[in-house]
Write a new protein. Structure first.
Length: 153
């Protein structure tokens, strides 16, 4: 999949998520043979397997936050030539994307998130998500750093 198509799919993913359009989210998930979609939350030690379980969690999430994409990182697939001039596709580049963004919860809290997406067959196959609450910068290192935009507390 080219990166433009992948980026469009991920834009669709977040639009459907923010609209609570679970039917559209289901259409953006792929399962290959017996291999189901997996979503991991490493910080809480959880793995959610299967389309139905993942959608049920989103549908029943108390106060599901709205997500805003700040950055999306990914590249086109790479190709190399073997010594016999046979073109080979290097996989694992064009179907993997990192999305950085901001979540706004109904109570007004703003958190940062990072989603690691793996796409297959032009759909979402795996996601690993990391969430972080904002915290104040340490004053002891102030003379060596430059301030950047931070979510409001």
């Amino acid at each position: 999949m080219d990166s433009q198509t992948a980026r469009a799919k991920l834009d669709q993913w977040y639009k459907a998520l923010n609209a609570r359009d679970f039917k559209e989210l289901a259409a953006l998930i792929t399962e290959i043979g017996d291999v189901e979609i997996e979503v991991e939350y490493p910080q809480s030690g959880e793995r959610i397997k299967g389309r139905e379980n993942n959608l049920a969690i989103l549908e029943n999430y108390p106060g599901l936050p709205d997500a805003t994409i700040k950055k999306m990182h990914g590249t086109e697939d790479k190709w190399v030539l073997t010594p016999s001039w046979t073109p080979l596709r290097i996989t694992g580049t064009g179907d993997n994307f990192v999305v950085e963004g901001r979540l706004v919860y109904p109570n007004g809290e703003v958190w940062n998130y990072v989603d690691l997406f793996e796409l297959r067959n032009d759909k979402v196959f795996r996601i690993k998500e990391y969430f972080a609450a904002p915290f104040p910068a340490a004053e002891w290192r102030a003379k060596w750093v430059e301030k950047i935009e931070s979510p409001s507390r």
